[in-house]
Design a protein around this ligand. Structure first.
Ligand SMILES: C[S@@+](CC[C@H](N)C(=O)[O-])C[C@H]1O[C@@H](n2cnc3c(N)ncnc32)[C@H](O)[C@@H]1O
Ligand code: SF4
Length: 388
């Protein structure tokens, strides 16, 4: 990735779309059921104002007297919620507006998250023609009973149809999201889900273990989850299956064919910068003086009226901890040079942590890289607790 011109740190753009057809009982994202059509035109206007404000913020942070002209971005991620509730025309309009304010890097990765229950061939073809070059399909499971328990609005065959339509529409880079550790899921159910996903030959699979999050229906009405032994078997068998089929695990839950890692997510994990626009979106922006977090108005209704931004400077201890929380998710770890470049701090701050991590067998050092061991990836929280 090349760098943006001001801080030698790559810059990405995240755009949040806060509406869904139905709220899934496990989901704690900023997503809200919509009864009718989404307010496309008004939301696009709000996003554009929000973006212009963030570019001003980036300029002020970097002490530029005039607005930075069209900062260069490496990746765009349209996430949600369900961005695929927006029509292809609206997404085309959005990309045209973005180009008025940003420079798109050559080889830019532009991803849209899509729910298989909201797609037609025409919509997918329209997205592709608009310039979206990566699709992330929320499949979750190929078992209709499990899809039902997860409150999904689509069936197993809808996932296959959406995938085939996307390929026919031109998409070559497709991620499939799957969840495991589901209520009533056996080892063979979970492995069958992975097998069906692999058969479709996506470039990338995100394989998440279901977590029960506060403020979700599952938290208040907990489903009966598989035993720890079953979860362990699912995990080990799944990892082997993915590896056998050429899906390289490069992050805790991310598996890709060779060279097909999600550039946008890798930028998060290596603590790059990102502008975050849309209801409830978060961002991170750097300058030589400070690194700030931004958070936008969360309620979609309020956001449409006014796109407020709360920004705060990340203090030094949090900077190191946040860097480690992200970078240690990566199988390949990080270098001290990247730590210094992305946090502005001296790598000597890490010495005690590195010694403790290596003593406990959770970290290893290979050449200039600091890498979590298999145990370190599995017990990431314990590893992070070693930082003080
Ligand atoms: C930002 S979500 C939105 C994706 C999209 N709206 C959809 O559901 O079709 C991205 C992914 O996170 C995963 N996910 C969401 N909540 C989860 C939870 N509680 N536990 C595990 N994975 C979760 C799902 O696989 C989901 O597709
Ligand atoms: S469709 Fe996706 S974002 Fe919407 S509620 Fe379900 S998991 Fe959450």
């Amino acid at each position: 990735m090349s760098s943006n011109q001001y801080m030698n740190v790559p810059l990405s753009l995240y755009i949040h779309f806060p509406w869904c057809v139905k709220k899934c009982p496990y989901c704690d994202f900023n997503s809200h059921e919509t009864s009718g059509a989404v307010p496309e035109a008004a939301y696009l206007d709000a996003l554009e104002t929000d973006l212009i404000d963030d570019i001003k913020r980036l300029s002020a942070l970097n002490k530029q007297s005039t607005k930075i002209e069209k900062p260069e971005i490496q990746t765009i991620f349209m996430g949600g919620g369900t961005p695929s509730l927006f029509s292809a025309n609206a997404i085309q309009d959005l990309l045209n507006r973005l180009k008025q304010h940003l420079t798109f890097a050559i080889n830019i990765e532009i991803t849209i998250e899509a729910n298989p229950g909201t797609l037609s061939f025409e919509k997918l073809a329209g997205y592709y023609q608009a310039g979206i070059n990566r699709l992330s399909l929320g499949g979750q499971s190929f078992n209709n009973q499990h899809l039902n328990l997860l409150g999904r609005i689509h069936s197993s065959s809808d996932i296959t149809t959406a995938f085939e339509n996307a390929s026919r529409a031109g998409f070559k880079n497709i991620n499939l999201d799957l969840m495991h550790g589901l209520s009533q899921q056996t080892i063979s159910n979970a492995i069958n889900d992975l097998q069906q996903a692999i058969e479709l030959q996506p470039t990338h699979i995100s394989w998440y273990q279901l977590t029960i999050e506060p403020n979700t229906r599952f938290y208040n009405e907990p489903p009966r989850l598989p035993t720890d032994d079953t979860l362990w078997e699912i995990y080990q068998t799944g990892l082997n299956l993915l590896a056998q089929h050429g899906f390289h695990r490069y992050e805790v839950s991310a598996f890709s064919q060779s060279g097909q890692q999600a550039k946008h997510n890798v930028n998060y994990w290596l603590f790059g910068d990102y502008i975050g626009i849309g209801a409830g979106a978060h961002g991170k922006l750097s300058s030589a003086e400070a690194i700030i977090r931004t958070a936008k108005t969360r309620s979609p209704k309020d956001y449409l009226k006014q796109q407020k931004c709360k920004s705060s400077i990340i203090d030094e201890k949090s900077l190191s901890l946040e860097f480690l929380m992200n970078a240690l998710r990566l199988n390949e770890g990080f270098t001290k040079r990247i730590y210094e470049q992305r946090t502005g701090l001296n790598a000597s701050r890490l010495e005690n942590f590195l010694t403790a991590g290596m003593t406990k067998g959770l970290l290893q050092q290979k050449h200039d890289k600091i890498i979590p061991t298999a145990l370190g990836i599995q017990y990431l929280n314990d590893l992070l607790m070693l930082f003080d």
